[in-house]
Design a protein around this ligand. Structure first.
Ligand SMILES: [Fe+2]
Length: 149
């Protein structure tokens, strides 16, 4: 993967991570206490994902920039309007779908980087792999919680 493509890919992932943050940052609005607690932590996890991506981009001389203009990123990228989904079960289902997509996206990205022997890409792959794992963990929690509702 050449530098230009790598930067583009990192900024695309960064944009999606901002979208994820948007899903959890209003955690206080949920009725269910367990959801509020989980989403609060998920918000922090998404902030960590964003931080890691910003660091990678900056360390390689790039400038973190969103590929979609702020606001409703998930809406623009998935055609899903988050604030109109009222039912908790629907929210869990939608978020699970989005985390699944995140995990799949990271899996593809990590696999591509791993094919490259370049040390730099191996380094980025390891950082991306930790975000990938957490996307999967969040998805599993969402699926599990959905079953109890
Ligand atoms: Fe994330």
């Amino acid at each position: 993967m050449d530098d230009k493509k790598l930067m583009k890919e990192l900024n695309k992932i960064l944009t999606l991570e901002h979208g994820h943050l948007g899903m959890y940052k209003n955690f206080m609005e949920h009725e269910d206490k367990e959801i509020r607690r989980a989403f609060r932590r998920f918000m922090e996890v998404e902030e960590e994902h964003i931080g890691k991506l910003n660091n990678i981009i900056r360390n390689f001389g790039g400038k973190p920039s969103l590929t979609v203009d702020g606001g409703d990123i998930i809406g623009k990228m998935f055609g899903i309007t988050l604030n109109t989904i009222a039912d908790a079960k629907e929210i869990l289902k939608t978020y699970s779908f989005i985390e699944k997509k995140a995990h799949e996206g990271y899996f593809k990205f990590v696999s591509q980087l791993e094919q490259d022997a370049q040390e730099r890409n191996q380094f980025i792959a390891e950082i991306a792999a930790s975000n990938m794992l957490e996307a999967q963990l969040m998805q599993l929690w969402l699926d599990n919680k959905m079953q109890t509702m």
